[in-house]
Every structure is written in C-alpha cells, then in structure tokens.
Design a protein around this ligand. Structure first.
Ligand SMILES: Cc1cc2nc3c(=O)[nH]c(=O)nc-3n(C[C@H](O)[C@H](O)[C@H](O)COP(=O)(O)OP(=O)(O)OC[C@H]3O[C@@H](n4cnc5c(N)ncnc54)[C@H](O)[C@@H]3O)c2cc1C
Length: 413
C-alpha cells in the first residue's frame, strides 16, 4: 500500500523534506501551506549558509549584559514593551541556557545540522533549476577593531573547537580584501568554504517545482488540527477540508506552537523578529556576505540588490513592523558601506522560530505518526536541507546515521 504523507509548511524545511521523501520512497506526499512556497520566514533571511553558526546567542555572560543591550539605542536589540509580560516565561527559560555547559551542548547539536550546509544544499539542488541560486563564498565578520573581536572570544573558541578557523585581516589588508567597507572597520574575520543563496524565496519556489516534478503535490490551505485514531494520525484538518494521511510532518516554523498544542504539547517557542532592507540594483556593496558585528546584521549581495538582514526584536507574531529597528538597519548599512548607491529600498519583517533552548525539534511526537521539523531560529536556511534529509529518513524508516537525540520533540513535556 502506498503511504500518504502530509507536510505542513512550504518553507525551506518542508520543501527539503518533501524532495528527500520523494527521492527515497514512493509515498504520496502533499505539502500544504496557507501561502505559496517560500513566502514565510524562508523568503527574507540574509541567505547565508552559515556552517560556522554553531554558537547560540545565549552565551555565558549574557544575563548581566542583557539590560544594557536593551537600553542602548546603538545596540540591535529591540522590545515592543506591551509584549514584555507575555515574553517573560520564555525569556527565563531562554536565559537559563546562558552558561558554559548548556552552550556547549547546544553548539554540539547545531553542528550536526549546519556543519556541512553547502554540501547539503548542493545535494538537495543537484540537477535542478534551484542549483543556480547556490553560491560558494567566504563569510566575513567585520569588527571595529581587535578589542571588539576579542570581546567575542568565547564564540570564536567554540567555532575553532568545531574546526572553523577564521582568517584574520586587520587595517589596510582588510580593506584590500573587501574595499566596500567603511574605514571604521578595523578587523575582518573570514571563514572560507561557506556559501549563500542569491534569492532565498526564489530558491524555495524552484525547489517546490522540483518536488512537483518528482510527483509531489503542493496545496494552499490553512491547517487547523489533526485527526488521531487510536493515537495515530489519520488526517490533517484544513479550511479546505481534511487531507487523509498515514503520517504528517510539522514544518510550520514559528507558527508551530498552536498545532503542537493540538497534540497536547506546549512548546516554549517565541517569534524572534528580524528585518531586512534590500537596496535594489546596489553598487558599492560587499562582494560576499559580511556580518557587521556591531549591528548584528549581514549584508549579502543578492540577485535583486544588497540585502541587509538581521536585528533582534521581541514583540510577538501579531504586531506589524516597528520603525526603530528599520531606521537602525538603514543607518548602519549606510555607515558601513559608505559608497553604496541603489535605486530603491524594500523593507521586510520576518519571524525566526526560536525555541527556548535554540535547538530545532526533529523527531516523532510519541507514537502519533506526526513528526516535527521546526524551530531553526537563526540557522533555518543553513540547516533546512539536512533537517529535511533526516526527517525524510525517519518517516521512511531508513537509517539516518546521525545522533538526533538533542532534537527530541518530547524534551519539553
Ligand atoms: C532577518 C532574518 C535573517 C535570517 N538570516 C538567516 C541566514 O542568513 N541564514 C540562515 O540559515 N537562516 C537565517 N534566518 C532564519 C531562517 O530564515 C529561518 O530559520 C527559516 O526560514 C525557517 O524555515 P522554516 O521552513 O522552518 O519556516 P518558514 O519559512 O517560516 O515556513 C513555514 C511555513 O509554514 C506555513 N504555515 C505556518 N502555519 C501554518 C498553518 N497553520 N497552515 C498553513 N500553513 C502554515 C507558513 O505560511 C510558512 O510558509 C534569518 C531569519 C530572519 C528573520
């Protein structure tokens, strides 16, 4: 009997899972999303395949620094004040990880998902139209000076321990290497063998077309609930009626919480809001993705222009964009790339799916036949293809040859 599988969510994670499932099994696979593919968080990210992004934000020492960060208008952390009381339970859990042993545990888990990202993207997109969007590149971190670089020493030590050794360029050599940068940048730490996606939304759409070519179906509907019989999923309920299935995969990113509640699990996951500005038809920007360390955003040369994306704001899912973070991003983009010219600006607000322990949820919910593949925080584009491959293997009951215990979706129950 051919199995029927529903994948909820057509972001990078859901579409990667669909492709791998069709490649390794003959299951009837349908991806359902309320939007066309690649229009959620996967649309607007910075596009970096950040294999070295193994360290969570919750490094030791964060707790005493956090209030100062929030009050400093020159720090890229923002809060919609009315939302603060709702944030507190998640925030306390999140900050409880800001110690050495939890940070190392999280870094080990993330390395599994992101460490070989460029190869995973190439394997996913091999022989497809999507391959054109995958670009090999360096990935640089720009600091004002050596003292600012050394203030991040803990994170760099974790990266080095995982095998990611930066090349350091200071002063004139940094500017010869990346001439677009302002003279205020005094040190560049560059990681080789990284990559980026030249249009993340276009890439996911091209991958979804490949999924359809492989026999998969893409449908547009709002998913509301699951039907379970004797504890096993039998259908996914949508506003277009039920989709019968033998197994389901929840790849609904930051919107996964209410659907997990339907399965009886409360997951501490928050929307970590982030922004981008695309400077269309840009000239005078960087030749490769550059993380501006003081602004916590990445400037990536994309097909449409220079995309500056990043910033952290807490304020939930419902509120629209705030002006302050966008002003901050615009100001710092122009200051760091003083020769930037462009035809127009396009602004975007997105929502990173942030579980309180910064690790994605990958695995089966009990014995329900519902599998989770969400919670990728800052690294969902980087880690989407590997997550999709692992999840497809789990669902198809094939060996995944990877330790996924850190991602157990039951760990909060
Ligand atoms: C500013 C910013 C910069 C970033 N930069 C990077 C970067 O450079 N590199 C990197 O690796 N990551 C980056 N990220 C993070 C990355 O974008 C996310 O982790 C990733 O896109 C999550 O992918 P996803 O497939 O899990 O979720 P999404 O892409 O959000 O997909 C989930 C889908 O589920 C659908 N959905 C949800 N609920 C329902 C429902 N009830 N019914 C129907 N459909 C539903 C949504 O419409 C959506 O399409 C960045 C994020 C932001 C905000």
């Amino acid at each position: 009997m051919q199995k029927s599988i529903v994948i909820a969510g057509a972001g990078i994670v859901g579409v990667s899972t669909g492709i791998w499932l069709r490649r390794i099994s003959d299951a009837d696979v349908t991806i359902i999303d309320r939007l066309p593919p690649g229009e959620g968080t996967s649309h607007g990210n910075a596009g970096v395949l950040a294999s070295c992004s193994i360290a969570p934000v919750t490094a030791p020492g964060l707790i005493p620094k956090a209030p100062r960060m929030l009050l400093n208008p020159n720090f890229p952390l923002f809060m919609r004040l009315g939302y603060f009381p709702k944030l507190v339970p998640w925030l306390l859990k999140y900050l409880s990880n800001a110690n050495d042993s939890d940070t190392r545990r999280i870094a080990k888990g993330l390395t599994t998902i992101v460490g070989d990202s460029v190869d995973q993207h190439k394997a996913l997109a091999a022989d497809t139209d999507a391959r054109q969007w995958v670009q090999d590149s360096n990935y640089s971190f720009a600091y004002a000076n050596r003292a600012a670089f050394e203030a991040d020493a803990y994170t760099w030590a974790l990266r080095r321990e995982a095998g990611f050794e930066p090349e350091i360029r200071e002063g004139e050599t940094a500017h010869v290497f990346e001439p677009s940068l302002s003279p205020d940048v005094g040190l560049l730490a560059t990681m080789k063998d990284h990559g980026y996606i030249r249009d993340p939304g276009g890439y996911v759409k091209a991958l979804a077309k490949e999924f359809e070519k492989l026999g998969g179906k893409v449908r547009q509907a709002e998913i509301n609930d699951f039907d379970l019989t004797d504890g096993k999923v039998t259908a996914v309920q949508t506003d277009q009626g039920p989709y019968l299935c033998d197994q389901a995969i929840l790849a609904t990113g930051v919107w996964s919480k209410p659907l997990m509640q339907k399965l009886g699990l409360t997951i501490p996951i928050e929307a970590e809001r982030g922004y981008h500005i695309v400077f269309r038809d840009a000239e005078g920007g960087p030749s490769h993705p550059v993380m501006i360390a003081s602004g916590k955003f990445v400037a990536t040369p994309m097909t449409a222009g220079l995309r500056c994306a990043g910033i952290v704001e807490f304020g939930g899912l419902a509120a629209g964009p705030s002006q302050q973070p966008l002003d901050f991003l615009r100001r710092h983009a122009k200051a760091n790339f003083p020769n930037l010219t462009y035809s127009e600006e396009v602004e975007w607000l997105g929502h990173r799916p942030a579980p309180s322990d910064s690790l994605p949820l990958i695995g089966q919910v009990g014995e329900t036949g519902v599998f989770t593949a969400f919670g990728h925080h800052h690294i969902g584009l980087t880690g989407g293809p590997k997550t999709g491959r692992i999840t497809a293997g789990l669902v198809a009951e094939q060996p995944v040859n990877t330790d996924i215990s850190a991602f157990n979706p039951m760990r909060f129950s």
